[in-house]
Design a protein around this ligand. Structure first.
Ligand code: ZN
Length: 239
């Protein structure tokens, strides 16, 4: 896992029943998954402009809503993106898709079709705080998938449809033992307590997705939460 930034926001925005006057600082992860032949990047973190000057990057000072972004080092400063064979995006929020700006144009980017379509629909863009500047340049690179998908055709990496946080959110199962959950839950405990962020595309779908990942966790699969500071340390992922 790479740390590609930090989000600071009132605790109650990202976890139901927490205080709205207490800030929390949450890590933003990205993952490099290496197989014998492939190097796959899962999520890309925010663009440095989200931290340095959101108004300049996105054309409005309010682009990030209640969130403030910090970044010690962007994805492009931590790995050579020319060595990546493929990118998988769990979803298109700016803290996951902003680093696409540094990706060579030859690298395919795998996104759920529902996510991509929502990201080009004005009402869905508004409801989900999508920022088209993050993904407008990758149209030719996008590979759309529908629902669960065997990424390499050998069962080694499987995309799991886990909608709710956004319309076409997906999680990434690596082998038998690990699931990169994305933002199905921000915190590990969310699989049990369903204390989701105050915003979502569809809370009922998010609950069902959390139950799907909880079922996997309960049989021993390590499920990585989206932004849990108690869990998400940079370095090799133990599983
Ligand atoms: Zn996120």
């Amino acid at each position: 896992m790479l740390n590609v930034g930090w989000l600071t926001v009132a605790a109650g925005i990202v976890r139901r029943d927490e205080a709205l006057d207490k800030p929390v600082r949450l890590p933003i992860p990205a993952y490099v998954v290496e197989t014998a032949e492939r190097r796959i990047l899962v999520d890309t973190g925010p663009h440095p402009g989200a931290a340095d000057d959101p108004a300049d990057r996105y054309g409005t000072a309010h682009a990030l809503g209640p969130f403030r972004v910090e970044q010690d080092a962007g994805i492009h400063e931590q790995i050579d993106l020319a060595t990546i064979d493929m990118v998988v995006l769990t979803h298109l929020h700016y803290d996951h898709a902003g680093g696409l700006a540094f990706l060579p144009s030859s690298v395919p980017v795998v996104v759920q079709r529902r996510e991509w379509e929502a990201a080009h629909d004005d009402a869905a863009i508004a409801r989900n705080f999508f920022l088209p500047a993050d993904y407008d340049s990758i149209g030719k690179q996008v590979v759309l998938v529908d629902g669960d998908h065997d990424l390499l055709g050998d069962g080694s990496i499987r995309l799991l449809s886990t909608p709710g946080h956004t319309p076409g959110h997906q999680s990434v199962r690596v082998g038998e033992g690990l699931v990169i959950g994305g933002d199905v839950t921000h915190f590990a405990s969310g699989l049990d307590d369903h204390r989701f962020p105050a915003f979502a595309d569809d809370f009922a779908a998010q609950t069902a997705s959390a139950e799907r990942l909880r079922t996997l966790r309960d049989v021993g699969v390590v499920v990585r939460p989206g932004h849990d500071p108690a869990v998400l340390m940079a370095g090799p992922v133990p599983f």
